[in-house]
Write a protein that binds this ligand. Structure first.
Ligand SMILES: [Zn+2]
Length: 299
């Protein structure tokens, strides 16, 4: 049952080769110092981040966001060229020990994707067998590395389709975290109800907030505390940002949250706790402040 004490689940999206090699170990160190368990979602296949630059030309607002968040300095030039001028390196198979260590330290682990850029930019147009193959390849490698199947996935850029939800149901996952919203729910998309519970991200990400409405690195954590509500709060962070350039800001946030007495849970624990009372709710792709392009939003 929801209690008055705020509960927080940290969801970590791992998008890139460098984020896996450097950001994840940094985050593991930070979380260990605070005694907190999070849930990590790994990109299993190639790092095609350079292709994301295409969005400058195809998505309104992306260039503005790139400049506002200083993507070139945050992500590093090399990452921005992977898949274009430089070959796309394979992520999970390059660092299986990072993936294994994350689980060994008690964190939740799951699949973010096979190819982040392909899923994020093209999912609505992918034929169902291609979507199936993206998750299938990621699942096979996940099982090879961990020796067990994944129990959860979290879609890149909160991008879903009726096909992706159907495939996730067929994978018999315990829960998914593909959406933005207010509380756990069973998704109904385009009139069909799916049986895999969604644990939505309830907070805006740091890169969405910074530079919007007077929010700066000086006041962003104060702003986050004002967003705390009783019940479950889900905060998505990125190995590439909170695990690197924004690490000290993230540590400051954890200090403030612990001082507030919040209870940290993994997404699996949140799913167990909230499943029984979770309602059905519509899920559709829509726009949210601070982010270029559309995301899956709980209705
Ligand atoms: Zn991602």
């Amino acid at each position: 049952m929801p209690t008055k004490t705020p509960i927080i689940a940290l969801k970590v999206d791992v998008d890139t080769y460098v984020g896996t090699r450097e950001g994840v170990p940094n985050l593991l160190g930070i979380l260990e110092r605070f005694g907190i368990h999070a849930t990590f979602y790994f990109s299993m296949g190639p790092d095609n981040s350079g292709k994301a630059i295409r969005r400058i030309f195809t998505r309104k607002g992306f260039l503005k966001k790139m400049l506002r968040t200083r993507a070139p300095s945050l992500y590093g030039l090399k990452t921005l060229l992977y898949g274009t001028l430089l070959p796309a390196p394979m992520i999970a198979e390059s660092f299986p020990e990072v993936l294994k260590k994350t689980e060994a330290l008690g964190h939740g682990v799951g699949i973010h994707c096979w190819d982040h850029v392909k899923w994020h930019d093209y999912l609505p147009w992918l034929p169902k067998p291609v979507t199936l193959m993206e998750l299938g390849r990621a699942s096979a490698l996940f099982e090879e590395i961990y020796g067990h199947r994944t129990s959860t996935t979290a879609a890149p850029g909160w991008t879903v389709s009726p096909d992706s939800l159907e495939i996730q149901d067929a994978m018999a996952l315990d829960f998914c975290s593909d959406s933005r919203g207010t509380a756990p729910f069973f998704p109904v998309m385009e009139g069909r109800r799916y049986r895999t519970i969604q644990i939505p991200t309830t907070w805006p990400t740091m890169d969405e907030l910074l530079g919007e409405g007077g929010i700066t690195v000086e006041n962003i954590n104060y702003h986050y505390l004002t967003l705390l509500r009783p019940g479950l709060n889900v905060h998505t962070i990125h190995a590439e940002l909170e695990g690197k350039a924004l690490a000290s800001l993230f540590e400051d946030l954890l200090e403030r949250l612990q001082a507030r007495g919040v209870r940290f849970v993994t997404l699996a624990e949140a799913a167990d706790e909230f499943r029984r009372n979770a309602p059905d709710a519509p899920l559709a792709m829509g726009e949210i402040p601070g982010r270029a392009g559309r995301v899956a939003v709980q209705g």
